[in-house]
Design a binder for this molecule. Structure first.
Ligand code: SF4
Length: 275
């Protein structure tokens, strides 16, 4: 039985079927699992929903515009900044929801567009470069390794097989740390790419759009995934499946709690298992 203590009473919550969570796995689920298993429990098992944060909104609208820009090149259409601005303005309104802006919305909106303009000026991807793939949902059946099906979407694969992952950041990333922190995601993309094409990727790239006062673009290249990185990813997937089997949702208090949307729920959590 899973429970949250609410006003002294135990509220029983029906979890999502664990079998469903074990059949497939994704980079975002693995990252959440690594970060804090209790956070995973709240997000994916209990499916607690929280209002969208300003930072999440910023990132999702920037991604929406980049997605449109990639699709434009994929369709061999001309680059038109006015059309992208339209996508940006509409996306900002449509996806806004009930965000607590604390009076910051105009500045945040300006900052989001500024960082995109910076990207379009400085990007190494020139207008004539046709993508190999844009927004492709891919699955990799890893049952031969005793693992779930890995699912994900390849946002952009550049010509020649370079996998790109776009990020928004408040601070300029350190390249070594950026690759370390995004390793699970990059390795998942490599597994998916190899499954979809039967080829090894030519490389991976993190494109950080940094929303400092003067916006920046930081490109961090990475080599193709190596054997040891794939093994490490597979061990993490094993841990994911074993942990779900055991109902291992131990909290991991630390720096990550500062931005955790479940802090309030976490403080009331009673351990989740009643003898
Ligand atoms: S507040 Fe911290 S310990 Fe609690 S669920 Fe969030 S990340 Fe985990």
């Amino acid at each position: 039985m899973n429970a949250l203590v609410e006003n002294g009473a135990v509220a029983v919550v029906e979890p999502a079927p664990m079998e469903k969570l074990k059949r497939t796995v994704s980079a975002s689920r693995l990252n959440c699992w690594l970060q804090c298993r209790l956070k995973f429990y709240f997000r994916y098992v209990l499916k607690l929903t929280k209002p969208k944060t300003a930072a999440l909104h910023f990132g999702s609208v920037v991604h929406l515009v980049l997605q449109q820009w990639n699709l434009t090149r994929w369709r061999r259409q001309p680059f038109e900044i006015a059309k992208l601005k339209q996508v940006f303005d509409t996306g900002w309104l449509d996806q806004g929801g009930a965000i607590d802006w604390d009076g910051e919305e105009p500045d945040q909106k300006t900052s989001a567009w500024n960082v995109l303009e910076k990207y379009f000026t400085d990007t190494p991807i020139k207008a004539g470069e046709l993508p190999e793939a844009v927004e492709v949902p891919v699955e990799a059946d890893l049952s031969q390794h005793g693992l779930p099906v890995l699912i994900g979407v390849l946002d952009l694969v550049r010509a020649g097989g370079r996998i790109v992952d776009f990020k928004t950041a408040a601070k300029t990333p350190d390249p070594e740390m950026a690759l370390h922190q995004n390793g699970v995601q990059l390795d998942c993309y490599s597994v998916l790419y190899r499954e979809a094409t039967g080829k090894r990727e030519a490389g991976r790239e993190l494109h950080h759009l940094v929303k400092t006062k003067v916006p920046k673009l930081v490109i961090t290249p990475a080599e193709p995934m190596l054997e040891y990185q794939r093994n490490r990813l597979f061990r993490l997937m094993e841990d994911y499946v074993d942990g779900l089997d055991r109902g291992d949702f131990i909290p991991a208090p630390g720096f990550g709690c500062m931005g955790c949307e479940f802090l309030h729920d976490c403080k009331k959590f009673d351990g989740g298992r009643h003898e």
